[in-house]
Ligand binder design. Structure first.
Ligand SMILES: [Fe+2]
Ligand SMILES: [Fe+2]
Length: 306
């Protein structure tokens, strides 16, 4: 990767908190949520200071999707029910995606559908056990293409060049991105969620959602993008082969969203579902068929989150 371009991208990522639509309170909440000693009440009280944010969270927690038996009026209660990672993802994405609606039409619907689908698939695979954290895959699904938004906002000319290249030369979107920017939206999303201190279980699927086999076979990971030297800056390894199941779920959800034509992710090309994905998830075609029938109705849920 060209160093100057990389520095440019990293500084764009670091300044993302100053995006106009991002509530100020998020920065604080983000730090607090990583601190186990801070109480849920404290975070809840901090959030009530942002009225539109509080209203949005209560609307989501009271949506039919969550289906809690009683109406929830209290933000602390919502925080307990949703879990801090889900809540953080909803706050960040709904704020950023407000901005996104004008920049990339359909990306919000695509992302939300992926989140809902990922959570549903995890639930089916779990089958009552707790093998996969359903809330974490929901967050990863919601955030998986967030890098596209950062590129669209901060590198508008490059973004347009990528679209042109992908369309005119019929290139795979991620390949076109690498040609123009040296990095893909998956890389940018990875750096961004890492910067926001998301756990490796979220950062890993975002990083590898178009390169599942690279994670699966564990080859060329460090060589390709020099990620190791970057992660060393924070002394934390943010991707891990341990999350190959979560990555397979996000890859599959992304493909299903595109195949069903729900939302728009900027590219008309649909990746094939790799055999290795089916293998890792221990699923067969009958399972896939059942999933597709069920998730199709999630499209009716999408406006609940607006
Ligand atoms: Fe993507
Ligand atoms: Fe996607």
């Amino acid at each position: 990767m060209k160093k100057d371009k990389f520095d440019e991208i990293m500084s764009a990522i670091k300044s993302t908190y100053s995006l106009p639509s991002l509530p100020e309170v998020i920065n604080k909440i983000n730090d607090l949520m990583d601190d186990d000693t801070v109480s849920v009440n404290y975070i809840g009280n901090l959030m009530t200071k942002d009225i539109s944010l509080s209203a949005k969270i209560l609307k989501i927690v009271n949506s039919p999707y969550y289906g809690f038996p009683q109406r929830i009026y209290n933000l602390n209660h919502a925080l307990v029910l949703l879990g801090s990672n889900t809540l953080k993802s909803i706050i960040i994405t709904s704020s950023i995606f407000d901005l996104m609606k004008d920049v990339m039409k359909g990306l919000w619907e695509h992302s939300l559908f992926c989140g809902l689908t990922a959570k549903y698939i995890a639930k089916q695979i779990n089958n009552g056990k707790q093998i996969i954290d359903e809330d974490l895959v929901f967050s990863a699904g919601l955030l998986h293409d967030i890098g596209k938004l950062i590129i669209a906002i901060k590198f508008k000319d490059d973004f347009n060049a990528v679209i042109k290249l992908a369309q005119e030369e019929k290139k795979i979107y991620v390949e076109a991105e690498k040609e123009v920017l040296s990095v893909s939206h998956a890389d940018v999303g990875y750096y961004l969620t890492r910067e926001w201190n998301y756990p490796a279980s979220i950062c890993t699927p975002i990083r590898f959602h178009h390169e599942f086999l690279m994670l699966y076979s564990n080859e060329n990971i460090d060589k390709n993008y020099n990620i190791k030297s970057i992660t060393n800056n924070k002394n934390k390894l943010y991707y891990s082969k341990n999350y190959v199941i979560e990555t397979a779920i996000i890859n599959l959800s992304d493909i299903l969203a595109k195949s069903l034509g729900i939302g728009f992710s900027g590219s008309i090309y649909v990746d094939e579902i790799k055999n290795e994905i089916m293998e890792v998830l221990s699923i067969d075609l009958a399972f896939l068929k059942k999933i597709i029938e069920e998730i199709y109705y999630f499209k009716d849920e999408l406006n609940v989150f607006n």
